[in-house]
Design a protein around this ligand. Structure first.
Ligand code: URA
Ligand code: CA
Length: 444
C-alpha cells in the first residue's frame, strides 16, 4: 500500500479502506510515514470529511496505538463521562461520588488543566494528601470496594492521537468533526469504558461555539460508539457562562462539596443530575432517566453522596476532614482547610443593569493568570487561586455591587490588571435578557 495513493484517494473524495487507515496510523506512530504525508492526508480529510465507517476505523486505530486499559476485573458496567472542556466545570468531582453512591462503578482517568480549562486531577490535588497515582490492581480494588477511583491518565494512552493532535495544531486541521470525534472517542475507548456519556459544551467558552456544530460533533461521536459497541449518549450543554460560581482548583472543590451536600449552584446541580441520570441508565441501575434522577436527588439530600465523597477522598490518601470543615466554614463556623490565597480582591459593577453575558473563556484565562491554570504544560499552578463569581446571566445589579471575588497570591498590581479583565468580561443590558437553556439537546 502506497501512502501517496491513500492521500490521493482522500484528496479526490473517496473512502479509504480499514486497512488504508490502519496503514496511515501505524506507519505514522512507527516513524515509517513522515509528518508531511500525514499533514497532507489531514488536510484532505479536513476538506473531504470521512464516512462514519472511516471515522470509526480511525478511532480504533488510534485507541490501539498504545495502552488499552482492561477494566473487566471491575464488577458492573463501567460508564465514563467526558466533557469536551469548559470553564469552572466541576461536574466530575460531583458525579464520581454521586454515581458511585447509586451503585454504578466509576473508574476514571482524568487529565490536568491546560489554558483556560481546568482539569479534575489538579482539583483533587487541592485536597491535602490526595494522590492520583496508583497501580492498576489498586485502582481496580478501590473501585470494587468503594465504587469510585480517579487517577491521572497514563502517559501511553493513544500516542497516535497525541502525534496527530500536535500535527493538526500546526497545520490548521484541528476544526474537523471526524478528527475531533475520533480523537475524543479513542481516548475513552482505550481507557476501558463500556459506555460513555458525553457532555458536549456549546457556546462562547466552548470548543464548539454553536448548538448546531455541537450536535454534529455529538452525532459523530455517538455513531462511533455505536459502531464499536460502546453505548454512547451525548448531552449538549451550555458554556455561554462558567458553570457554577467557582473557577479554580480549591474553590471548585468547595463548590463540589456544597453541591454534594445539596447546597450547590443551580446549574451545576442540574447538569450533574442530568449527566448522572444518563450514566445510571447506561450502567443498568435505572430503567429511565426520571427514575435515575429521583434516586440521585435522594442521594444528594440524604447525605449518601457526601459520605461517598469522604470514602473516596480517604481511599486516595486525602484528608476527608476538610469536607465537614468546608461545610462548617460555609455556615460561618470555622476556617476550612483547603488551600487559601493571601489576597482577595473584589470586582464591582461599573453600572446598574442586568447581566447580559459572562464571557467564560475570558474568565478562564483570567483565572489562569491569577495562578489557577497552566499557560504551558510545564507551568506550575496555585491550587488556591481563582475566581468566585457572585452573579449569573440575567441577575440584576446596582452600580458598585460585587460581581466577582479574585483569589490570588500575586502582587496587587497583577491582581488589579486581572480585575479589569474580569470586569470587562461581564456585559450589561437594560432589558432583562432572554434566559438561555442549560441543556440544548440529547443525542443518542
Ligand atoms: N479535544 C480532543 O481531545 N481532541 C480534539 O481533537 C479536540 C478536542
Ligand atoms: Ca464551577
Amino acid at each position: 500500500m502506497r501512502t501517496v495513493d491513500l492521500i490521493q484517494q482522500k484528496r479526490d473524495g473517496h473512502e479509504l479502506s480499514t486497512e488504508g487507515i490502519r496503514h496511515l496510523i501505524q506507519g505514522y506512530v512507527s516513524g515509517d510515514i513522515p509528518d508531511y504525508q500525514i499533514a497532507a492526508w489531514l488536510m484532505a480529510v479536513y476538506f473531504q470529511g470521512m464516512s462514519s465507517r472511516e471515522t470509526a476505523d480511525l478511532t480504533m486505530a488510534m485507541a490501539e496505538s498504545g495502552d488499552q486499559i482492561d477494566l473487566s476485573a471491575i464488577h458492573g458496567i463501567k460508564v465514563d463521562k467526558h466533557s469536551t472542556g469548559g470553564v469552572g466545570d466541576t461536574t466530575t468531582l460531583v458525579l464520581a461520588p454521586l454515581v458511585a453512591a447509586a451503585g454504578v462503578p466509576v473508574a476514571k482517568m482524568s487529565g490536568r488543566g491546560l489554558g483556560h480549562t481546568g482539569g479534575t486531577i489538579d482539583k483533587l490535588e487541592a485536597i491535602r494528601g490526595f494522590h492520583v497515582e496508583m497501580t492498576r490492581d489498586q485502582f481496580v480494588q478501590q473501585v470494587n470496594e468503594i465504587g469510585a477511583a480517579v487517577i491521572s491518565q497514563s502517559d501511553n494512552i493513544t500516542p497516535a492521537d497525541k502525534m496527530l493532535y500536535s500535527l493538526r495544531d500546526v497545520t490548521a486541521t484541528v476544526e474537523s468533526i471526524p478528527l475531533i470525534a475520533s480523537s475524543i472517542m479513542s481516548k475513552k475507548i482505550a481507557s476501558g469504558a463500556d459506555a460513555i456519556v458525553l457532555d458536549v459544551k456549546t457556546g462562547s467558552g466552548a470548543f464548539m461555539k454553536t448548538p448546531e456544530d455541537s450536535i454534529k460533533l455529538a452525532q459523530a461521536m455517538v455513531e462511533i460508539g455505536t459502531r464499536v459497541g460502546r453505548e454512547t449518549i451525548a448531552i449538549i450543554s451550555s458554556m455561554e457562562q462558567p458553570l457554577g460560581y467557582a473557577i479554580g482548583n480549591a474553590l471548585e472543590v468547595k463548590e463540589a462539596i456544597l453541591t454534594l451536600a445539596g447546597r450547590g449552584p443551580q446549574d451545576l446541580t442540574e447538569l450533574s443530575l442530568t449527566l448522572g441520570s444518563y450514566m445510571l441508565v447506561a450502567g443498568g441501575r435505572a430503567d429511565h432517566e426520571e427514575e435515575a434522577r429521583r434516586l440521585l436527588e435522594k442521594l444528594l439530600h440524604n447525605g449518601h453522596a457526601l459520605e461517598k465523597f469522604k470514602q473516596f477522598v480517604a481511599a486516595q490518601g486525602g484528608d476527608a476532614s476538610i469536607i465537614d470543615e468546608v461545610l462548617k466554614e460555609e455556615d460561618g463556623d470555622g476556617s476550612g482547610s483547603l488551600p487559601t490565597a493571601e489576597l482577595k480582591a473584589v470586582v464591582q459593577a461599573p453600572q446598574a443593569g442586568c447581566v447580559a453575558a459572562i464571557d467564560a473563556e475570558a474568565l478562564g484565562r483570567a483565572a489562569m493568570k491569577l495562578g489557577a491554570g497552566r499557560e504551558t504544560k510545564e507551568s506550575k499552578i496555585d491550587l488556591s487561586a481563582g475566581i468566585v463569581l457572585r452573579v449569573k446571566t440575567g441577575d440584576r445589579v446596582q452600580s458598585g455591587d460585587v460581581l466577582a471575588e479574585l483569589h490570588s497570591n500575586l502582587s496587587q498590581e497583577a491582581v488589579d490588571a486581572v480585575a479589569r479583565e474580569v470586569q470587562a468580561s461581564i456585559a450589561f443590558t437594560d432589558a432583562v435578557p432572554d434566559s438561555q437553556p442549560l441543556i440544548y439537546a440529547v443525542v443518542s
